[in-house]
Ligand binder design. Sequence first.
Ligand code: ADP
Ligand code: MG
Length: 663
Amino acid sequence: MGKINVLDKHVAELIAAGEVVERPSSVIKELVENSIDAGATAITVEIKNGGVTFMRVSDNGCGILKEDIRPAFIRHATSKVKEEDDLDAIATLGFRGEALASVASVSHLELITKAREEETGTRYLIEGGEEVLFEDAGCPDGTTFIIRDLFYNVPARMKFLKTDMAEGNAVSNVIDKIALSHPEIAITYIKDSKNVLRTAGDGKLLSAIYAVYGRDFAKSLIPVDYALGGVHVTGFISRPENARPNRNMQNFFINHRFVICKTAMAAIGEACKGSVMVGKFPSCVLNLDMSFNAVDVNVHPTKLEVRFVNERPVFDAVYHAVKTALMNGERRKEAHLTPEPAKPVKRVNPFELAQKVFRERDEQPAPKPAQTPLPKVDLREEKKRSDALFELLDEPVVSTPSLNQTAKLSDSVSPFGDDYRQHIAEKQAAKESEPAEDNPEISAPVEPQETENGPVQETVQAIEEPKPLIEIDENYYRYIGEAFKTYIIIEKNDRELLLIDKHAAHERIIYEKLKKEKGSGYSQLLLTPITVTLNKIDYNAVIENLDVFAEAGFDIDDFGSGSIIVRSAPQYLPLEDIEPSVIEMAGYLTEHKKEIRSEKMEWIYANVSCRAAIKGGNRSTEQELIALAKQVENEDVRHCPHGRPVCLLLKKSELERMFGRVE
Ligand code: ADP
Ligand code: MG
C-alpha cells in the first residue's frame, strides 16, 4: 500500500474548482455577485463563444487595494466575513472566499483594478493558478476581470461543456436573474459583440423586467407589495389570463438573490385557485425580504433551492401578497412604467359616482393580515350566487311536473348545464308574459318558440324523425345525438349503442395523423407570426430542438435574446393555444433533455393533439360528430394517446335485461 500523499496546491485547487466553477455561467455569477458586493452601480458583462474563450466583467465598485490583490486569490480568503456573528448571513450569501481561487486555477485570468483610495491601479495576470504579472496600471476606479480559455488545463471538464450556444444562453439566464434582482444597477450585457441587454439601473423593477422580458410581458403585470410576519414580498405577478402552462417564468429572489423556492410556488398556486385555470401558472418576479436567520443555512450555498427554518410565515406572506395583488389588479387594468400622477380634484359626475358605488359594492375589500381569511369571503359570495341559481332552478321543475315531453327531457339534463339554465330562464320569461288564463296543466303541443334553438328541440326532432342509416363495412349506423356536449350516441346494427367521447376520439385521430405525416402535411402558415418570450433555458431548448418542433408541425425561427417567432403551427391548433403549446413543449424539452427522440416526439404529438382536438363541453355540429364517429369505426380507434377509452359499447340485449324486458 502506498502512503497517504498531501495533494500539491495545484491539484487540490483543480479539484476544488469543480465545486464552484462548473461552466461559464457559474463564473459569471460569481464575478457579478462580487461586483454587486463591491457596491457597483454599473456592471458590464461581455462574453464570446458562450464564454468559453472570453468573459469580461467590469464594474465601478470599490476596487481592490493593492495589498489585497494576492490574498483575494487564496482559498477561503474573503473580505466579507469579519465576525462569527456574520456567519449565518454569510453562509447564506455564499461568501466562502473560493471563487477567485477556483476560477484562476482553471483559466487565464487578468485583473485590472483600482481602489478609490489609491492613486494607481494594478494589472494582475494569473495562468492556471500561477502568478505571471503584477504591475501598476492607469485605470478608472473599479474592477475588471477577464477570463480566457476556461478549463484549458482540465480537458475532462472541457469535455462536459455544451455547445457555445447552450453555454451562452446559460450565461444570459444568469444575467437576466441578476438584472431582475438588482434594478438599481445598470447592467449591460454584450454577447459575441452584440449588445443584448441593457437595464436602466433606475431602481424600478418594472424597467428591469421590460429590459429582460420585453414590452408585452411588462405591460401585463400587477404590482405586489405586502408585508406579513417578517417577510416583505414585492414585485410583479402576471394577470391570471396570461398564466402559462408551466412555472418556468416564475422568478423568486430572497434578499435579492435568485432562488428556487417551492414554498413560494405553492403559496402562489393556492392564492390563484379560482382565478387561474388548473394546470396554468402565473409568471412572476417576486423578491422576499426577510431576516437571514429565517433561511436554512444547511443547504449548500451554490444550490439554488432554498429552505426555511419555518415555512409558514413565508407561505402566508406570499399567499396574502398575491391574493391582494390579484384583487387590486382587477381594478387596475395595467401596470404603468411610471407611477400614475396624482389626479386633480374634479367635480363629481353623478353617473360616475353611481358606477363607482356599484363597482365597490361588487368588489371585495383588500384583506389586512389580521382579517378573516379570504376563502370564507369567497364562499359566502359563492353560496349567495348558488342560492339564487337554485331558486331559479327549483321553480319550473316543481310547477310543470308533467307538462310535456320538453319538460321531461330537460329534467334529464344536468341541472348545472348552461342550456338548462338558459332554457329555464327562457321558460320563466315566457311564462311571465303568458296571459293569466292559460292553464299549464293542459297538455298542449310543444310551442315552437318555447324550445327554439335549444338542444331540447334537436332531441325532440331526433325522436320524431329517425336519422338516416350510414353504412360502413356492412355495418349500419344511426346517429342519435350528443349527450352532455361530450358523448356521441350511435346505434349500431340495431343491436348496440356506441358512446364515443368526442375529445378522446378526435385527439387520437390527430395524433395518428401527426405521427404518420411527421407534421409536414399538418402544418399551416400563420397569417400573423407569433412571437413567444421564454426564459433563456427554455429558449435554448427550443433553438436546439427546432427539428423536433418542425416534425410536430411548428415552423420556428430564432428571434434573438430569449424570443422565438412561430411562423406555422399544426392545423386545427386554436390560435390562442399556439403560444402555450410552444411554452409547454419548451419546458418539457428542458426537463427531458436525455430522453430519446422518439419518446420526445410521442409526448409532443400527444400534447399537440390534445390541444388541437375538439373539447368536451364545446358545441359541435352534427356533421362534425357524424364524421368523427365514422372515423372511429373506420379506423378502429379505441384509446386516446393517454390511454383512456374512446368508445363504450352497450348491447341492446344488456339494456333489455336491465329494464327487465327479457329474463
Ligand atoms: P468572496 O466573494 O466569498 O469573498 P471571492 O473569491 O469571490 O470570495 O472574492 C475574494 C475577495 O476579492 C472578496 O472578498 C473581495 O474582497 C475581493 N473582490 C473580488 N471581486 C471584487 C470586485 N469586483 N470588487 C472589489 N473587490 C472584489
Ligand atoms: Mg465572491
